[in-house]
Design a protein around this ligand. Sequence first.
Ligand code: NAD
Length: 478
Amino acid sequence: MSPMFEYAPAPESRAVVDIAPSYGLFVDGEFREAAGGRSFKTLSPSTEEVLAEVAHAGAEDVDAAVAAARRAFASWSALPGSERAKYLFRIARIIQERSRELAVLETLDNGKPIRETRDADLPLVAAHFFYHAGWADKLAHAGYGPDPRPLGVAAQVIPWNFPLLMLAWKVAPALACGNTVVLKPAETTPLSALFFADVCRQAGLPGGVVNILTGDGSTGAALVAHEGVDKVAFTGSTAVGKQIARTVAGTRKKLTLELGGKGANIVFDDAPIDQAVEGIVNGIYFNQGQVCCAGSRLLVQESVQDELLEALRRRLSTLRVGDPLDKNTDVGAINSAEQLARITELADSGEAEGAERWSPACELPERGFWFAPTVFTNVTQAHRIAREEIFGPVLSVLSFRTPDEAVAKANNSQYGLSAGVWTEKGSRILAMANRLRAGVVWANTFNKFDPTSPFGGYRESGFGREGGRHGLEAYLDV
Ligand code: NAD
């Protein structure tokens, strides 16, 4: 189907952000080379252009960063909460002031549309710092005792799908509670974390309170295993999360894990179809489906299945896939060649196992990593595409007849991170929410995030909560 309108190109200027040819590690308030002199390149996934060369931290750098965080902990944790809050407010305001630079940088390094970095990632990043700034002097009223104490040095390892937002989810509560931080961003998206290091300097944050080590899985493994660390917070794949749990087991370290998901988006026959279609699109094509809480399984009541699928296909035919810096783009690039290969392999398995594959007509750019929005119908619960996390723009559609069947199918997963319910009946929303084994249940909406609301998983989606009053517990000695 041809689009109703032709859109003229509307590119955001990449000149608003300066990218240096190379970056060092941020330790003790200064940038420095990796002790071993190693580095790696970070690419723009939409063009495969090299954006910068980044230092690769090894064991010696991990030692230095943890030692710097330890030294800084004494004075940072002794500050009155109202003083720590001032730094967090300052960071939040600088992020707002520099949000255009950061949005462009994040889009270049990650491949997600500028519309998302500008309208979702960056406002949420600032909101997380504002929100936690507000907690810093009120911890005695958070429900964790009259004088809750910080844990010490937090080792934080984050993925590439929301690079700066995952940083904010980790750094803001840690600092508000009086901890110091060593953070390792993902190897494909280090640039916004390095920009954040500069924001910390601009805010006058004392050296060593936030340290940023770029590197790969080996850097992350050395960091979480370091004996000078008191707390480990990880967001990423379930496989790596299990490895980290084994490393940390039997030590004094406190651990939180935010892992994968296979969220069910459940549409009942009384749901407003057009609204549900928007929620389905937002649920699985937002950020190219590279979202741990994506609504990757659509469960639709059989009586409205045909009508819903027809409306969904019509809507998908209007999605604009392409240059992430174009303000009209809905679906950008996949983050890396490795992730594209993973998505391709799983989608191919769907076809091989007998599901029916459909994508709207769309021209994909020649260079870069791209995957067309895809819908699978005739999916059974045994198919890999119904069980495994694809982490890409691929929707698996299953049907149900009764609420019981919907609950049974939704809960038939090793994961338990998110779910969505679409219905006109408030009583049904509450009944479903009680029975769904998911950390977050959205009703007549999807992928809504707010710093005041705790987020986290059940089962193999991990444990611990981030955000809200509940999220503070992970950074306090309670
Ligand atoms: P990944 O687990 O491979 O990598 C995540 C981070 O861990 C990266 O920084 C990586 O360098 C580091 N790492 C890799 N091996 C490590 C090791 N042995 N020890 C310590 N650190 C190590 O995951 P990914 O492919 O980058 O990210 C995608 C996954 O993240 C998906 O499964 C997704 O569901 C999950 N995710 C979950 C959430 C959540 O909040 N639950 C949010 C975003 C992403």
